[in-house]
Design a protein around this ligand. Structure first.
Ligand code: DP6
Length: 332
């Protein structure tokens, strides 16, 4: 079999966050999460199974992958081989359309693209749900980069829940709401503590139980306001959710600090601009960059203000994006 396939997937921004697993090996999360797929941030991945190969080959951004990345990709290829009942090794090349040094490097778009290209190259035709389940095992948030638009990922936390019940599905298509994620890049450093490690440490925070017991109410409010396309209605919950993720990180043992002084400066500015009438709300992932949600009509104004802030190195703006898809242009 020599079937070369290339897939493109977008990154996603969580409005309700994934933080902590109840089954770390399968990446079954502790809670449901909600996200917006990001049109502006993409990964393209080409996969080809080749019987002449003795080992998997993994190239990222034109360079051989480091050991950690290689292992994670090879594990995902092994899951694909198991499903397809083949032994053949694969050549895998991928590239992001954003500089990985910007601290935006996202495993979500990478594992979604790898899962789609890899399964097709192996001769499998999985439906969206099965792709999401498989992508999830490579990187949890990748489950949410399989569907497009506004997405929910069901945790499936009952004692009887099985892996195939934890998948992401579309809540609203990308064109349903002209929302923008305006990203303030404040740091070019690669993050110090990866998300995988962060998820494992979540269990050491004394506040995890409190979060998990209260989260369903917030989840349903944000989901309802999202479907109503009411930014104001979900804004306070989105900011509280981001702060809670960071509170869990900061109270883990050992603690993890993802913020920098610049992050706090952006958060303060967003609050001040909101008081003046600019309807904008921030959220943060496991890194120092701030993501600010605004209506499309306010995005240019917000970007201009952010660029003038001390410590902001660059500003990107993203519309809601589509789902993972096969494309015709190969990387090799
Ligand atoms: C803070 O999906 O990167 O962005 O499953 O270990 O690959 P792994 O973790 P990952 O975690 C993302 C965490 C987050 C919140 C979110 O995207 O929901």
């Amino acid at each position: 079999m020599s079937n070369k396939i290339t897939a493109l997937a977008h990154s996603n921004l969580a409005l309700i966050k994934y933080w902590g697993n109840h089954d770390a090996k399968l990446r079954m999360p502790l809670n449901d999460s909600l996200s917006m797929t990001l049109d502006a941030l993409t990964t393209e991945t080409t996969v080809e199974f080749d019987s002449a190969l003795e080992n998997d080959e993994v190239v990222v951004g034109g360079e051989p992958a480091d050991e950690k990345t290689f292992t994670r990709v090879a594990e995902q290829l092994a899951r694909i081989r198991q499903l397809a009942k083949i032994e053949t090794r694969a050549r895998t090349h991928s590239r992001n359309n954003f500089p990985s040094a910007a601290g935006l490097a996202s495993s979500a778009s990478a594992f979604a693209a790898l899962t789609l290209a890899g399964t097709r190259a192996a001769g499998l035709e999985l439906d969206e749900r099965a792709l999401s389940v498989l992508a999830r095992q490579g990187s949890g948030s990748a489950a949410r980069s399989i569907p497009g638009g506004f997405v929910e990922w069901l945790a499936a936390t009952n004692v009887t829940s099985t892996s195939d019940q934890s998948y992401a599905r579309q809540l609203m298509p990308p064109e349903a709401w002209a929302l923008r994620d305006v990203i303030a890049l404040v740091s070019a450093d690669a993050k110090k503590v990866g998300s995988t490690e962060g998820h494992a440490l979540a269990h050491t925070s004394p506040f995890l139980g409190e979060r998990i017991s209260r989260l369903p109410m917030r989840y349903h409010r944000v989901r309802r306001e999202l479907l109503a396309k009411n930014l104001k209605g979900m804004g306070a919950d989105i900011e509280a959710e981001a702060l809670e993720l960071h509170m869990l990180a900061m109270t883990s043992r050992p603690p993890i600090f993802y913020w920098t002084p610049e992050t706090v400066r952006v958060m303060d500015a967003v609050r001040a601009w909101r008081a003046e009438g600019l309807e904008a709300y921030y959220t943060l992932d496991a890194g120092p960059n701030a993501h600010i949600l605004v209506q499309a009509s306010d995005a240019a104004e917000l970007a201009q203000r952010l660029r003038a802030l001390e410590g902001v190195r660059a500003v990107l703006s993203s519309a809601p994006g589509g789902g993972a898809r096969v494309i015709e242009t190969h990387l090799f």
